[in-house]
Design a protein around this ligand. Structure first.
Ligand code: 13P
Ligand code: SF4
Length: 387
């Protein structure tokens, strides 16, 4: 895919007031009518969410994109890898637009195709008698999803990671040892595998900057999970001591975190689950419930505003904001919509045909796997820690 950069917005869009932007966005939406669907990820700012036809986590939104009939444009208010997935899952004639091309994901950028191919070659050489199944988190480039599709693996999201890992591990039927290569988020991989009953010793971390990922050959061969050394810079801000502080200050408060948080945080929390799980959990909780939530601050604040009958706080006051998600704002949304009204498609996200073909295989494998939405359970042997 050709690399494109965000062009500066025409100055007028920065000069308009919020009220003016809102009016112009509404009238552009009206003019585009049924041709357009706007998708908004839960981490988007409220002003943008106001204009979304559907909101959800990356899994729900990828399904929504796939379900739309007869539309011409998807404006994806989220980050680059989500818009790529929407392009892959929608028919060829549907044009997918990301309002700001600078809205990337630092985690997705931690694994590139060249590094993954290099890792694969080394694993094939070291473990020739094993079945290695590559699983990539939705938060990865289309090129990596395609690699996974071409090599017998699948995509997963934080909503269905466990189900996808169970599907992959069931390949064991052949009598060969199955090894999972999981990227790019080591934490989601570790938290999920651990909840499935795999001990930490059955996992190694693959550092793409080191020979054999920084592992010795024996450890690599014996591992059930090879976890790519990637992480989310937002969820990494939550630390175990934040859970301790909440426990001390609010003894009745439950702690719920996203599984992109580090293992020690998940172990100390009461519950862990995808953004969709967190949303459902709060929606179903009785009045008077108290929650400290370890995920992106826009979602936490939205839940807090929507549920004044509960006490809701962010797990830490570290300003856990996804700055790339935050790039999508009213001026950019207005600009892309007004261009569409004029018949110009700006900021289109297009995945090339070869990548599309194989990434579709990986995404469709995920969509076919049943039983999504289970939270990450946890068990804690005394004294265990992860670097
Ligand atoms: P979800 O899969 O829960 O939407 O997470 C996406 C994401 O980017 C979380 O950081
Ligand atoms: Fe990527 Fe983390 Fe932002 Fe999600 S919150 S889009 S994983 S940087």
């Amino acid at each position: 895919m050709a690399l494109t950069w965000q062009q500066p917005l025409p100055e007028i869009y920065n000069q308009l007031s919020d009220a003016e932007l809102r009016l112009r966005i509404e009238s552009a939406k009206e003019a585009l009518g049924d041709k357009l669907v706007i998708l908004g990820h839960h981490y988007q700012q409220d002003a943008v969410i106001d204009f979304a036809d559907f909101t959800g986590d990356s899994f729900e939104l990828s399904r929504k994109a796939a379900d739309q009939k007869g539309i011409e444009y998807v404006v994806f208010c989220g980050v680059h890898f989500m818009a790529e997935s929407a392009d892959i899952l929608t028919p060829e004639n549907v044009r997918v637009i990301l309002p700001d091309l600078g809205a990337g994901c630092s985690m997705a950028d931690m694994a590139n195709l060249e590094q993954v191919e290099e890792c694969w070659a080394q694993l094939e050489e070291e473990c020739p008698d094993q079945i290695v199944v590559p699983i990539t988190y939705m938060n990865s480039s289309a090129a990596i999803k395609a690699f996974v599709g071409e090599h017998g693996g699948a995509v997963c999201t934080s909503s269905n990671c466990r189900n996808v890992l169970e599907w992959a591990l069931a390949k064991e039927g052949s009598g060969k040892k199955v090894k999972i290569l999981f990227f790019p988020d080591q934490h989601l991989g570790r938290n999920t595998a651990y909840a499935m009953g795999y001990p930490l010793e059955s996992m190694v971390v693959w550092d793409p900057r080191d020979g054999l990922g920084g592992n010795d050959p024996k450890a690599l061969r014996e591992a059930d999970f090879v976890l790519w050394k990637g992480h989310c810079s937002v969820h990494a801000l939550f630390r175990p001591e934040h859970v301790d502080q909440v426990r001390e200050k609010y003894p009745n408060m439950k702690v719920i975190v996203h599984p992109e948080c580090r293992w020690e945080v998940v172990q100390k929390a009461d519950e862990a689950g995808s953004t969709a799980y967190i949303v459902k959990r709060i929606e179903a909780a009785p009045p008077g419930s108290e929650w400290a939530i370890g995920t992106e601050v826009h979602l936490v604040n939205r839940l807090k505003n929507e549920h004044p009958e509960q006490k809701i706080i962010v797990l830490s006051d570290c300003q856990c904001l996804c700055t790339t998600m935050y790039r999508i704002d009213l001026p950019h949304l207005c600009w892309v919509l007004e261009n569409l009204v004029e018949g110009r498609v700006v900021n289109e996200i297009r995945v090339d045909p070869h990548t599309r073909k194989w990434a579709t295989v990986a995404l469709e494998r995920m969509l076919a796997i049943k039983g999504n939405g289970n939270p990450i359970g946890k068990k804690q042997p005394a004294g265990t820690t992860v670097d």
